[in-house]
Ligand binder design. Structure first.
Ligand code: PEP
Ligand code: MG
Length: 582
C-alpha cells in the first residue's frame, strides 16, 4: 500500500474486487459494536441455551428468506451464499461451542455466540486456502446476527440518502446483499479480498469495488463525506479528492474499457483459426453455473473445466444428487450443443471441508486429495457421477477425474462410473452418454499415458499442478516466482509427450491450466500440437486475437526451438514477440 499526498488529494492502492469505475461522495458503513461481556446466573443457564438455539434458528430461517430474495432478483448463485449462512447458523459445532460457553463460563447468549463465531473465523483465517480464509467474514456475519437477535436488536442494515461510494473496513455479506443498489456507486474496503463474498456479490451486481485498501479508513477519517472518491475496480486504485486530471484520466479509461468490452463481444463469433487455417477450439473454465452466460457471450465453445468443488464448500453436508444435477444440467443446457466437461471433486488436505474429515498431512499437495479420496469415500464420487449421467440427458456432458497418476486410477474412474451408471438406470431416471477422461496434472500420468489412453476418450493437461509437480514448486509460494513460468522447457516436453500419445490413441487432448489463457503460452501450446484450450472467459478474446494473427508454421518452428531452450524466459520472449504483432 502506498499513499501519495497532494493538497487534500490522496491515492490509495488496494486490490481489484469488481471491475468498473465509480466517482462520487462516500458514505461510511460501520458495524455498531454490540455490548458484549454479559453474564447469566447459573440457574438461568438452560433458559439462555434455549434462547440461543431459538435465535440461531430464527437467523437460519431469515438467511433462507434472504437467499430467496436474492434468487428472485435473478442472482441464482449468489443466493447460495445465504443458504450457506443458514447452514452456518445451524452448524452443530458453532452452536455447541456457544452452548459450552454459556454452561461452563455463564456467558450470556450474545457473548457466547460471538466468542464461538470469532473462534470459528480465526480457524478459517489460519488455513492456507485463500477461498476458505475469505469465509471467516461469513461466520462472523452469522454470529453477529444471532447475537443481535438475542439482544433484541434489529438486523444491521445500511440506509443511503443519496448516491455514494460505500466505505468500510469489511462488508458483511448480509449487508452487501441488502444495500440499496440504485444508490451504491461503488464499494471501497480497507479489508476483505477478491474471493470474499463482498467482492463476489459486487461483481454479480455490477458494482465497482476495491478491497484490501489499507490506509483507506485513516485517509477518509480526516475528510468530509462530500469530498469525492474515485475508485477503479480494475486496477485497485482509489483517489480521495480527485483533481481535474484524475477525473479526465478516469473518464477516458472508463470509455476505453467500454470500447474494449464492445470489441470483445463483436469478435466473439470469429473463428479461432490461424492465418494458415488451423482451427483451435476455445472453451471456458468455470466454477459455477452463473459464469456460463458470460462465457457463451465471449464465444466459448463449451466448458473444458467445470471446477465442482465450489458446490461442496461452505456447507455442513455434501450437496445432494438432485442439487448437483440441477447445477450440471443448467450449464449443459446453457452450452448446448457444445460439451461441458465436469471435473470430479478436487479437494483434500489443502482444501478441508467440515463434513469430510481427513487426517492432517505433512504434505497435503502430495496427499489424499481429489480422486485419491475414492478409496475411503466412494459415495461422494458416485453421487457426483450419477448427477453427471442424469445431466447428460439434458446436454452434452463429459466427466474427468483430477489427480490421476496412472492406469490404476483410470480403472478406479471407470469402475465408479460404471456403478453410477447402473444405479441411474436401476432408478429409472433419464440418462445420457458421458465421455470419460482424465486430467494430466501429475508427471507420472503423462509418462505412462500409453498404458491407459485406450480406456478413456479424452485428457486435459492441468498445467497448474503439472508445473508444481514437475519443478517441485509449491503453487502458492511467492518466493519461487522464478520457477513458476509454465513455458519452462521441462513442462513443454511433457506437453509434447502428451500430444504424441493422444495422437497415437486418437483421443482428444486439451489444456485447462492457467497457461491456456496466457496468449504467449497459448501460442506455444498450439505450436506443440494442442488444438483445444480452456480458460477463464475473460482470457478468450486476447487468446483468440493472438491465434488469428499467427501462422501455424511460425508457431511450430518456435515450439521446436522451445523444447531445446535453456529457460522459460527465453521461450517467453520468443512467443511474446509473436503476440506483440496482434
Ligand atoms: C490445474 O492443475 O492445472 C488445474 C486446471 O486444476 P486446478 O487449478 O483446479 O488445480
Ligand atoms: Mg489441478
Amino acid at each position: 500500500m502506498t499513499i501519495e499526498s497532494g493538497a487534500a488529494r490522496r491515492v490509495i492502492r488496494g486490490i481489484p474486487g469488481a471491475p468498473g469505475i465509480a466517482r462520487g461522495p462516500w458514505a461510511r458503513f460501520e458495524r455498531a459494536r454490540l455490548p458484549l461481556g454479559g453474564r447469566v446466573a447459573a440457574e438461568g443457564a438452560e433458559l439462555e441455551v434455549a434462547r440461543l438455539a431459538a435465535a440461531a434458528e430464527t437467523i437460519a430461517a431469515a438467511s433462507e428468506a434472504l437467499a430467496d430474495d436474492v434468487r428472485k432478483d435473478g442472482h441464482e448463485d449468489e443466493a447460495d451464499i445465504f443458504f450457506a449462512h443458514a447452514a452456518i447458523a445451524r452448524d452443530p459445532e458453532l452452536i455447541d461451542t456457544a452452548v459450552g460457553h454459556v454452561r461452563s463460563q455463564l456467558m450470556d447468549g450474545p457473548a457466547a455466540i460471538s466468542a464461538a463465531a470469532l473462534a470459528g473465523a480465526e480457524l478459517l483465517r489460519g488455513l492456507g486456502d485463500e477461498l476458505l480464509r475469505a469465509r471467516a467474514t461469513d461466520v462472523l456475519d452469522v454470529g453477529d446476527r444471532i447475537a443481535r437477535q438475542l439482544a433484541g436488536l434489529p438486523p444491521i442494515g445500511f440506509g443511503l440518502a443519496a448516491p455514494a461510494i460505500v466505505v468500510a473496513d469489511d462488508l458483511p455479506p448480509s449487508v452487501t446483499a441488502t444495500l440499496p443498489r440504485e444508490l451504491v456507486l461503488g464499494i471501497a474496503l480497507e479489508g476483505s479480498s477478491p474471493t470474499a463474498h463482498a467482492s463476489i456479490l459486487a461483481r454479480a451486481y455490477g458494482i465497482p469495488a476495491v478491497v484490501g485498501a489499507s490506509g483507506l479508513l485513516a485517509a477518509v477519517a480526516g475528510a468530509d463525506s462530500s469530498v469525492e472518491l474515485l475508485i477503479d475496480g480494475s486496477s485497485g486504485e482509489i483517489v480521495l479528492a480527485p483533481n481535474e486530471a484524475d477525473a479526465a484520466q478516469y473518464a477516458g479509461k472508463s470509455e476505453a474499457i467500454q470500447h474494449e468490452h464492445e470489441r470483445d463481444r463483436r469478435e466473439a463469433g470469429l473463428p479461432a483459426e490461424t492465418l494458415d487455417g488451423t482451427a483451435i477450439a476455445l472453451l471456458a473454465n468455470i466454477g459455477s453455473p452463473a459464469e456460463a452466460d458470460a462465457a457463451v457471450a465471449l464465444g466459448a465453445r463449451g466448458v473444458g473445466l467445470f471446477r465442482t468443488e465450489f458446490l461442496f464448500l461452505e456447507r455442513s453436508d455434501p450437496p445432494s444428487e438432485s442439487e448437483q444435477l440441477d447445477a450440471y444440467a443448467r450449464v449443459a443446457e446453457a452450452f448446448q450443443p457444445d460439451p461441458v466437461t465436469i471435473r470430479l471433486l478436487d479437494v483434500g488436505g489443502d482444501k478441508p471441508i467440515p463434513y469430510l474429515p481427513l487426517a492432517p498431512e505433512d504434505n497435503p499437495f502430495l496427499g489424499v486429495r481429489a480422486l485419491r479420496l475414492a478409496a475411503t469415500r466412494p459415495d461422494i464420487f458416485l453421487t457426483q457421477l450419477r448427477a453427471c449421467y442424469r445431466a447428460a440427458a439434458r446436454g452434452r456432458v463429459k466427466v474427468m477425474a483430477p489427480m490421476v497418476a496412472d492406469a490404476g486410477d483410470t480403472a478406479i474412474l471407470r469402475e465408479l462410473a460404471d456403478r453410477a451408471r447402473q444405479d441411474v438406470v436401476a432408478a429409472g431416471h433419464a440418462i445420457g452418454d458421458v465421455d470419460l477422461g482424465v486430467m494430466l496434472e501429475i508427471p507420472s500420468a503423462v509418462l505412462t499415458a500409453e498404458t491407459y489412453f485406450d480406456a478413456i476418450r479424452f485428457a486435459s493437461l492441468g498445467t497448474n499442478d503439472l508445473l508444481q509437480y514437475t519443478l517441485a514448486v509449491d503453487r502458492g509460494n511467492p518466493a519461487l516466482e522464478r520457477y513458476r513460468d509454465a513455458l519452462h522447457p521441462a513442462l513443454l516436453r511433457l506437453v509434447k509427450l502428451a500430444v504424441d500419445a493422444a495422437a497415437r490413441f486418437d483421443i482428444e487432448l486439451s489444456v485447462c491450466g492457467e497457461m491456456a489463457g496466457d496468449p504467449a503460452a497459448a501460442l506455444a501450446l498450439v505450436g506443440l500440437g494442442i488444438r483445444s484450450l480452456s480458460m477463464t472467459a475473460s482470457s478468450l478474446p486476447p487468446v483468440r486475437r493472438a491465434i488469428r494473427a499467427s501462422s501455424l508454421t511460425d508457431l511450430h518452428a518456435a515450439a521446436v526451438d522451445a523444447l531445446a531452450a535453456t529457460s522459460a524466459s527465453a521461450v517467453r520472449s520468443r512467443f511474446e514477440a509473436l503476440v506483440l504483432r496482434t
